[in-house]
Design a protein around this ligand. Structure first.
Ligand SMILES: [Ca+2]
Length: 153
């Protein structure tokens, strides 16, 4: 009898530990999805929440989307609209890859109109396009994510 009581007590203790651990795990996702600074819209940094959406194949017309330009890690991405802007579609994005025929530094030199070291608006990126220093390599992804102002910006 005594031999059985000890394992039962350990099992009960283990169950309590598991319950606490799973409570912690359950709480984590609520805050895990919000990104740090993620992209620029007209010189302002925004963040987002990563969502597992994939809207490719919906056949939605071009007007249903906003554009976000993917810099491939050279700098934060640039989106063309944020909440409140005319034409903002609610965070349905066409992600366009970029290429830099003469390198990112040349694109930055061509397009960084305010000299702050990044291409941080659609206008600056368009200037780099016009100079041939950046090229829109086409749509690589279609998805939904919200646009969230950073606190204090
Ligand atoms: Ca700039």
């Amino acid at each position: 009898m005594l031999g059985n009581a000890i394992p039962r007590g350990r099992a009960a203790a283990a169950a309590v530990v598991l319950a606490i651990a799973s409570g912690l795990l359950a709480a984590a996702p609520a805050s895990a999805g919000v990104s740090g600074p993620a992209f620029y819209v007209d010189g302002v940094l925004y963040r987002t929440v990563a969502t597992p959406t994939d809207l490719s194949g919906t056949g939605a017309p071009d007007g249903a989307w906003d554009t976000i330009y993917e810099f491939g890690g050279a700098q934060l991405n640039v989106a063309t609209a944020a909440p409140g802007d005319p034409g903002y579609t609610g965070g349905r994005w066409q992600v366009h890859a970029l290429s830099f025929p003469s390198g990112y530094a040349a694109a930055l030199a061509a397009g960084d109109l305010d000299g702050n070291g990044v291409l941080d608006s659609a206008t600056e990126l368009q200037t780099a396009f016009d100079a041939g220093a950046a090229v829109d390599a086409g749509v690589v992804k279609l998805f939904v994510c919200p646009v969230i102002p950073l606190a204090g910006s």
